[in-house]
Design a protein around this ligand. Structure first.
Ligand code: SF4
Length: 405
């Protein structure tokens, strides 16, 4: 079975990234917190070290610490029904705790100088960052994106790109640096290269058997999220893809006997990655592709046109598209990865990235003939998830596919 050796280097890259917020000597860098699909390139170009609270939320989920912190935020008035990244992150902050201490030896989450969000993904990010703006007494600036778009038009792109550009004077004031267009172009070029390499990694799953699983993708995506726009991300994915060439040449599958190829739609269940990966492998199934991992592919980035291409790339993300566009993308992905079945995760605290509530699975099945399964769960709140129920329904779903093979 394919085992990814680059994981050791991944840990080192992430350690350097997190420790970079607290240099042993010299002045502390200016820190910007940013939503995962916010305009990070602009922040990097102005010399900010960029920290992503959603990545911290995912870490709280993956380490199962979320279970301890969600009730803390709930007690402070943050509903159990809103984003569990948000509630676990705010709960941990209120307890002055973070798994980053143990993992990377840093004393706390890095205190921000500014908070930057983009509403392209959901409404929660504005209130999530407003909490920290009050706590740290720093500004929180937002990009307000048009929602659920079908075809993106020039007015919409202009609306977003002008908002990103309009942040520059305030960011210059906070960073103490002057905006440099050439530096922004360099950063965009690095993000684009990262995106291309990330896509190359994900596309290794087109081979049968696939050398990777969706769960590998959830781990390997970290540099695309937190290091995009830097040389480190490019270096890491070049190294990873060199290794993947070997796995492909030896035709090593990530799952011992890949009989059924699945598509994972929606968010991961962070506290259950191992559970799902073992379960699917036991059934001879592999989740080879997903919209979640694809969310960090930004083929629109163009260094020659930085603001417009950033606006395009960040507004066109899957989560922000009309159901009609989502239907088309899912059908195309299913054909590209030779998918036998689609599983939809209905994440109870993330309605924005749960695409099973308005008939989409049924329409995609009617269009493609590919069967689907919807299961209940959540990104971080494991009270919404049942191992028993999910095991039973996944097993019969995979059995049905095998019978029809
Ligand atoms: S998209 Fe979902 S998981 Fe992500 S921040 Fe918004 S509500 Fe939370």
């Amino acid at each position: 079975m394919a085992k990814i050796e680059a994981n050791k280097q991944l840990k080192q890259y992430l350690k350097e990234y997190f420790q970079g917020f607290f240099p042993p000597a010299g002045p502390r860098p200016k820190v910007a917190w940013c939503t995962s699909v916010g305009p990070a390139e602009l922040l990097i170009s102005l010399g900010f070290q960029v920290y992503y609270p959603e990545n911290h939320g995912a870490l709280l989920g993956a380490t199962r610490a979320a279970e301890k912190y969600i009730p803390v935020a709930n007690a402070g008035g943050y509903s159990p029904e809103i984003c569990s990244y948000l509630t676990s992150d705010i709960g941990a902050f209120q307890q002055h705790e973070t798994p980053l201490k143990e993992a990377y030896g840093i004393p706390s989450v890095p205190p921000p100088d500014v908070l930057i969000y983009n509403t392209n993904q959901c409404r929660e990010v504005q209130d999530w960052f407003a909490y920290y703006a009050r706590s740290f007494k720093v500004p929180s600036l937002g990009v307000f994106s048009p929602w659920k778009i079908d075809q993106l038009n020039r007015e919409q792109i202009g609306y977003v790109s002008h908002q990103i550009e309009a942040m520059i004077p305030e960011l210059e004031r906070i960073s103490g640096r002057t905006f440099d267009l050439d530096r922004l172009k360099e950063v965009i070029a690095l993000s684009r290269r990262t995106s291309d390499l990330w896509l190359e990694f994900l596309q290794t799953a087109r081979q049968r058997p696939s050398p990777i699983t969706f769960f590998d993708g959830c781990i390997q995506m970290a540099p695309a999220v937190v290091l995009r726009g830097t040389v480190a991300a490019v270096d890491y994915y070049e190294l990873l893809n060199r290794e993947m060439k070997g796995h492909l040449a030896r035709r090593e599958g990530a799952v011992e006997k890949e009989v059924v190829r699945l598509y994972w739609e929606g968010m991961p269940v962070w506290g259950k990655l191992r559970f799902f990966s073992d379960l699917l492998a036991r059934f001879g199934a592999n989740a080879v592709a997903s919209t979640y991992c694809d969310s960090w592919i930004f083929t629109d980035f163009d260094p020659a046109d930085p603001f417009v291409s950033m606006a395009e790339a960040y507004t066109k993300i899957f989560i922000n598209r009309s159901e009609r566009v989502k239907e088309t993308i899912l059908a195309e992905k299913a054909a590209e990865y030779e998918i036998d079945g689609i599983i939809y995760h209905d994440a109870k605290t993330c309605p924005y990235n749960s695409n099973s509530r308005f008939g989409l699975p049924q329409r995609v099945t009617a269009k493609t003939g590919i069967p689907h399964l919807i299961f209940d769960g959540d990104v971080n709140d494991l009270r919404c998830f049942s191992e028993e129920q999910t095991t039973t329904s996944l097993e019969s779903f995979v059995d049905q596919i095998k019978e029809n093979h």
